[in-house]
Design a binder for this molecule. Structure first.
Ligand SMILES: [Zn+2]
Ligand SMILES: [Zn+2]
Length: 865
């Protein structure tokens, strides 16, 4: 039996021998085509190769790959079918060979036949080919390998590709089909490829891109013709392994066996559907997350969340309701890490993320299912046939049930879901969200703008620091005034960038602007009158504090560099979740699941400063949003953009949708220094940094600290660390000595301790608040007391240092029958805000309180019983 892994390597090797370059799989997140949700075919990463007008600048003209593919979430997604049929998958691998203006039909057909028959040794008699109805050329080539009656002509639907848009490249296809045998078919006389039944399995699709279609539908022959082929690995494996279902092949068997062990449920014909869904889905989420997708409530993240939740529900049906996919994902890593090394690199991250996601869903899954099942039986009783939109929405909103999951569960019971009703509820919530925002305090503050119908302010600040403008409105607020003009060079706080300061003046009037806000495109200048009087409709000079604006611009451009560099160094999963761009610092919040390591921080700093020194030109242009995204501009998930957007690029390094003000060249940033890295929330980190003179001041401060330390330690900078280490070491030794001396002193007090013992309920209790802080030393002392006391004695000694208490409970052996030192220790620890425990005869405890030790000692009888 030929293993799946073997088929993949045979394929790559075969085409490598035909001078193809082996190109490793692209990420599931399409890098070159942001319009695609996931990479769904081998050709996606070669789009530029296909589009090239000539072969002159191509690094190679023949390629072969095994591509990770994910098909889910698009319009024509059939997630509900996955696992229920023998051939549907979300995640699968696609084998493909490609020619970019190199070989064409002759070789493509010949090699496909040769590979299938000679390399894979598939029975040639079972092989059929289909060609496009008008493609005589392909038909004739096939005749060299197959008898005429096993070559079928099919129409556009089956055997024609493209163009992808209204115009563009297109061409006929040819497919190889495998005859599964009469038993699998409909039995009709003319059953052949193209028939509706399951007899003929399509195994390989060859696309011959030979035409260009124009707007009128005219076809012209391309000068550079391309070949694009695709063969599903799991499917061809099912043929070679002689099984009737893709999920029966070796790699799925292994995965299902591990699932059986984890779920402790036997895989049987009766429950195989659930296992198949789990096996498919765990592959999809493991590969997607290791490629940087993070489960979330929109876009790719939502698709992955849905898939994960669907898999969890299958386990629930099998009677298992704990997180398990994170464990099973390790089998996927093990199976494929040699082909897709990213799996191994991201292993920990993937596992953590899956587990977190599982835990959060399982918390609500049970409750949600109860509600849904209650509703379903209710519906059955009342003989209705539909779950109302309100319930579906509640399940979505409160219990995290994707609508599709509710539909699927309902469908199993023959019940529909009111999708329109669901949409209505969704819309209502959106409105509620907006209203609550409108009614908020912050916004009411500016109600006067709308009440007085003040027009939008024309913003001039992208290329001007100073301008003349007409005063339209003035609002008095506490000790401030708010002035609004018809136009302004002042930047109003938006997109994380703080507002400008500056002044507004005329010959006999001066107003200082302390803050600028932007409210629905109206720029509000907030400040105080310095001298004179103003009048509405009069023209004034508006002058932004240039130096401060420049400092803000440095930080803003640096933020863009930081965003890009974080993606480079930490991975594509990094996304901005918030930012602050001020004149004296910048702050950047982003998704990432671990602390950013020190070495990574150094790399980030270094890389950004490299880009500063390269002095990249910063340019801005207005663009249609679709076009901008297509060109790979980073957009923030949380932002809503207009149709026309402003794109800020630093040469070909970073590209972001942004309305802020920037420097003209990165060199103006001067220097970039990270000042802090911290955790903001689960999965969100924060980096703070300074630039320009701010960075210089920071370094100077650090230098100053060094100088002071050198003075204190009587050292030079290069020896400082060694010197500090040495002093710490000395200190530790001294501490030990002190403890020793204290111990000596304490030993002398054994007699005294014993003399001060008290008797409670017939037991002798030796107790003291001792002047010791090392648990070992305290224990030694207690042991000495015990040795001396011999029997019927409980010893409790508590020591303390400035911020913690530490103590020992020791019982003579005769007492352990009725008392337990560990339990006593625990009780005392509770009072100390700490913990404790141990054996029946000896236990240790400690805590963060030290103020009540004497009180505890005084009332020890309360703890011993
Ligand atoms: Zn048929
Ligand atoms: Zn920006």
């Amino acid at each position: 039996m030929m293993k799946t892994n073997e088929i993949r390597s045979k394929f790559l090797e075969y085409f490598e021998n035909k001078s193809h370059k082996i190109v490793s799989s692209a990420s599931l997140i399409p890098e070159k085509d942001p319009t695609l949700m996931f990479t769904s075919a081998g050709m996606v990463q070669f789009k530029d190769f296909f589009a090239a007008k000539s072969t002159d600048n191509l690094p190679y003209t023949r390629a072969v790959s095994s591509q990770k593919c994910l098909r889910a979430g698009g319009k024509d997604s059939d997630l509900e079918n996955v696992g229920r049929t023998p051939r549907h998958h979300t995640y699968f691998e696609m084998l493909g060979n490609f020619s970019f203006g190199d070989y064409f039909k002759e070789e493509a057909i010949k090699w496909s036949y040769e590979f299938i028959v000679k390399k894979l040794k598939i029975d040639a008699d079972r092989l059929w080919a289909s060609v496009y109805k008008d493609d005589d050329e392909a038909f004739e080539i096939w005749e060299k390998y197959l008898p005429e009656e096993r070559i079928v002509r099919l129409g556009e639907k089956d055997n024609y590709w493209g163009p992808p848009g209204e115009t563009g490249p297109c061409g006929p296809c040819s497919e190889l089909h495998y005859d599964l045998g009469k038993d699998m078919g409909c039995g009709k006389e003319d059953c052949k490829p193209g028939c509706d039944c399951d007899r003929f399995l399509e195994i390989w699709n060859l696309v011959f891109t030979q035409f260009h279609m124009d707007r009128e539908g005219n076809l012209t022959l391309l000068e550079k013709k391309n070949i694009d082929t695709g063969m599903g690995l799991e499917r061809i494996a099912s043929v070679l392994q002689g099984v009737t279902n893709n999920y029966y092949i070796d790699i799925f068997r292994e995965l299902i066996e591990d699932a059986e062990k984890i779920l402790n449920v036997k895989y049987k014909k009766k429950n195989e559907e659930h296992f198949h869904i789990i096996a498919d889905h765990v592959r999809a989420i493991t590969f997607a997350i290791s490629d940087g997708v993070i489960p979330s409530n929109d876009g790719r993240g939502y698709v992955i969340r849905r898939i994960l939740r669907r898999a969890l529900r299958q386990a629930k049906i099998l009677g298992f309701s704990k997180p398990f996919l994170y464990k099973l994902s390790q089998t996927v890593v093990k199976q494929f890490k040699h082909v897709y090394p990213k799996l191994k690199e991201a292993q920990q991250h993937t596992q953590n993320l899956i587990k977190m996601e599982e835990e959060s869903f399982l918390k609500t899954l049970g409750k949600g299912l109860d509600i849904l099942e209650g509703k379903i039986s209710d519906i059955n009783e009342k003989n209705k046939k539909e779950i109302d939109g309100e319930t579906a929405f509640k399940l979505y909103d409160t219990y995290g049930f994707p609508l599709e999951l509710t539909i699927e569960i309902a469908q199993e019971k023959g019940i529909k879901v009111d999708k329109k009703g669901f949409e209505k509820e969704m819309e209502k919530q959106r409105k509620r969200g907006k209203e609550s925002w409108k009614g908020s305090k912050e916004d009411k503050r500016y109600n006067y703008l709308f009440e007085n119908k003040i027009p939008e302010t024309k913003f001039l600040g992208y290329d001007k620091n100073e301008a003349k403008a007409k005063l339209l409105y003035v609002k008095e607020r506490e000790s401030n005034l708010e002035m609004i003009f018809d136009r302004s060079p002042f930047y109003g706080e938006a997109g994380g960038q703080i507002g400008d300061k500056g002044k507004i003046y005329s010959e006999d009037f001066e107003f200082s602007v302390n803050d600028t806000q932007k409210v629905n495109n109206i720029i509000v200048h907030i400040g105080n009158v310095q001298k004179g009087d103003f009048s509405i409709e009069k023209t004034y000079s508006l002058k932004v504090d240039k130096k401060r604006r420049k400092a803000i611009a440095r930080n803003h451009t640096a933020t863009h560099l930081l965003h890009k560099v974080l993606k480079e160094i930490l991975g594509e999963h990094v996304n901005q979740s918030g930012s602050l761009v001020a004149d004296d610092r910048l702050r950047f919040d982003f998704t990432h699941f671990a602390k950013v390591k020190n070495e990574e921080l150094l790399d980030i700093e270094r890389r950004i400063n490299e880009k500063i020194i390269e002095n990249l030109k910063v340019s801005t242009e207005k663009k249609d949003i679709k076009k901008a995204k297509k060109e790979g501009a980073t957009a923030l998930f949380s932002e809503r953009y207009d149709k026309e957007v402003r794109v800020v690029s630093t040469e070909n390094f970073s590209k972001e949708l942004c309305g802020g003000t920037h420097v003209s060249y990165t060199g103006e940033i001067g220097f970039f220094k990270i000042t802090d890295e911290s955790s903001l929330a689960a999965g969100v980190r924060r980096i703070e940094a300074v630039t320009g003179m701010g960075a210089f001041e920071k370094i100077k401060k650090y230098d100053n600290i060094l100088i002071q330390l050198n003075l204190l330690f009587k050292s030079e900078t290069k020896d400082l660390v060694e010197k500090a280490k040495k002093i710490l070491e000395e200190n530790k030794n001294k501490q030990k000595q002190i403890e020793k001396l204290k111990m000596k002193k304490a030993t002398n007090s054994v007699k005294e301790l014993l003399e001060n013992k008290i008797n409670v309920n017939g037991i002798e209790i030796v107790k003291d608040h001792v002047d010791l802080e090392d648990a070992n030393v305290i224990r030694e002392l207690a042991q000495k007391v015990k040795d001396r006391a011999k029997n019927n004695t409980a010893i409790v000694l508590i020591g303390s240092s400035s911020n913690k208490s530490i103590g020992i409970v020791m019982l003579t052996d005769d007492l352990t029958e009725n008392y337990h030192a560990g339990k006593i220790a625990n009780r005392i620890a509770n009072k100390l805000n700490g913990g404790g425990g141990g054996r029946p005869d000896m236990a240790q405890f400690g805590g963060s309180r030290t103020d009540n030790i004497d009180e505890i000692i005084e009332n020890l009888n309360n703890f011993i019983d």
